[in-house]
Design a protein around this ligand. Structure first.
Ligand code: SF4
Length: 168
């Protein structure tokens, strides 16, 4: 199985979720948020196509990572290959974060995305809204974006946010 990535996977990030993380930058995003920081990741023809098995091998060989973060681009445009990677990461004991421009409620209508979500611990959802840009909103660009407890949310079929990240 293949996945389209924007670039090589990034190790040792401390800004894309808690702890030291490996970030998988997927290529392709339909949202076109104004002032997006990664416009080069929007094209569905850009980046590079790699084997999911090679991504997994690289993660298996990484040391000292607390978790994996899927970012982009929008990982929810490639839910099945992301799910395959996430599934292996769970076996390795890594926690999984995922950024998306979709809302959790929209993803509930997409069966493949729900399958991927079953392996995700925290979902940062919603488009980047420049008018709501905030430096106090930890791990996200704007206040409208929620950090969702995916396990609890799938159970309740509605978004449940992690309390510690709620912006007042
Ligand atoms: S969802 Fe993310 S990558 Fe896509 S346009 Fe918005 S900020 Fe950029």
């Amino acid at each position: 199985m293949e996945i389209r990535l924007a670039c090589d996977i990034q190790k040792d990030s401390v800004v894309d979720g808690p702890g030291i993380r490996t970030v998988i930058w997927t290529q392709g995003c339909p949202h076109h948020c104004k002032f997006c920081h990664n416009p080069e990741t929007h094209s569905f023809k850009g980046g590079k196509v790699v084997w999911v098995s090679d991504v997994i091998k690289e993660i298996e060989n990484s040391e000292l990572q607390d978790g994996i973060t899927f970012s982009g681009g929008d990982p929810m445009m490639q839910p099945i290959p992301c799910m395959e990677i996430a599934k292996r990461c769970k076996e390795l004991g890594l926690n999984i974060w995922c950024y998306t421009g979709f809302l959790f409620e929209e993803l509930l209508e997409k069966p493949d995305c729900v399958e991927f979500l079953k392996y995700v611990d925290a979902l940062v959802d919603g488009k980047f809204e420049n008018d709501l840009k905030s430096y106090s909103a930890k791990f996200r660009g704007s206040k409208n974006q929620r950090i969702i407890n995916v396990k609890a949310s799938l159970k309740k079929k509605k978004a449940v946010c992690f309390r510690e990240y709620i912006v007042k």
